[in-house]
Design a protein around this ligand. Sequence first.
Ligand code: ATP
Length: 487
Amino acid sequence: MANELNNFSEIIAHCKEYGYIFPSSEIYDGLSAVYDYGQNGAQLKKNIRDYWWRSMTQLHENIVGIDAAIFMHPLTWKASGHVDNFSDPMIDNKDSQKRYRVDHLIETFADEQAATGKSEFAKEIITKMEKFLSKDDFVGLKSLIEENNIKCSISGTCNWTDIRQFNLMFETKLGSISGETDTIYLRPETAQGIFVNFLNVQKTGRMKIPFGIAQTGKAFRNEIVARQFIFRMREFEQMEMQFFVRPGTEMEWYNYWKAERLKWHESLGLPAERLRYHDHVKLAHYANAAVDIEFEFPFGFKELEGIHSRTDFDLKQHQELSKKKLQYFDNELNEDGKPYGNYIPYVVETSVGLDRLFLTVISTAYAEEKWTKEDGSEDSRVVLRIPPKIAPYKLAILPLVKKDGLPEIAKGLMNECKQSFHTFYEEKDSIGKRYRRMDAIGTPFCVTIDHQTKEDNTVTIRYRDTMTQERIALNDVRKLINEKISN
Ligand code: ATP
């Protein structure tokens, strides 16, 4: 019954078949690396987002949430460094005209080597690549590609251009800003909406350092090699939290959030053995420490969340370009008995992609199961073992037949339960088929109303994960499900 790791295409097909994820504008043949969430996907995504929001803002009394606009003044992106630095080294194959992100091209090659048993060689290649990347040594990177005869997957040739930087921000036009340029950007990260509102929140919320500001929302990146389903998209959603701290204490908070975030992923039901840390060798221009939490996706370990110690880089830059002071007055006393006074806080950031998290949940939950029944015949099912607290529907209510007053009892129960959680009502097909459909969309509990219900007010509850059934009182259903889904 074990969950297979190499079942990615089945997971993608399942997501489409059961209303989780559709290719965007599919009737026009879709749009590359853009996806729509269907009726079950939208609810699961919302539940994951709510779980994050609750753990950040409700369970931490010193973290508040905001919702900043996607469009921001263009100077924001000059200040943050995105206009000048938010680019990836790219290389084009002259024969196929196909463009690759250099790190992806080399990583794919290394993965292929590892798959053929040459793990040491693969590690060596990655180490060399990281060394060149950390020095922006494009000549070194190109020779690494050529020396190893790394080929374009389309043309099959090694006929490469030089390596160039390619900016990932989408540009668009907005009327006219103060008579200057009318070019604005779709935000490539949500973090800057937090930085520019830092003082607004601190003053109106009377926040005392250390404190955090959280935000969830869309971000846009013109990814060149957008692939692997919702892992890398051009429009995606981030859940970010910037934690403002006293300078000099940032490493303590960095380590705190590093540990805290790993625990959080485990609390969401992700298996510990499929999570690991990856310390950055090449630090982003704003960071003095950075780590990724990686998850073992069906295509290998990849970044799920980034935790960055961003120093005072962003606030300092915004202070300089906006010419508005972005300082905090710290009236606590230092070792000399004097107030710490005015300073620009340091920042530790936690940044997780909601869509990637969705993919971790779905790929952990998906299982194809086969077993032999008591009479010796074979049976099977596809089940999404989504943790009940985030499953789209918590309870399916199924009258055994469409007559004899059973639908009326079922609807009565539904009206009671829907005040507390999402319920699904279905009366078509055999009960076995209905159970299988609920397994496939991940509904953790089904309640069947049958003729005995009319006699003794009891129902059959069936548990998705074990497929076991028991009889419970009709009046206890809502309370029981509430207990099972509470955090
Ligand atoms: P990668 O190296 O995979 O491109 P990144 O280091 O650029 O990611 P960050 O800028 O740290 O990513 O963004 C924080 C989080 O946002 C990532 O950990 C990831 O979960 C998510 N994310 C980033 N880019 C994408 C994307 N194109 N599609 C979906 N999620 C993304």
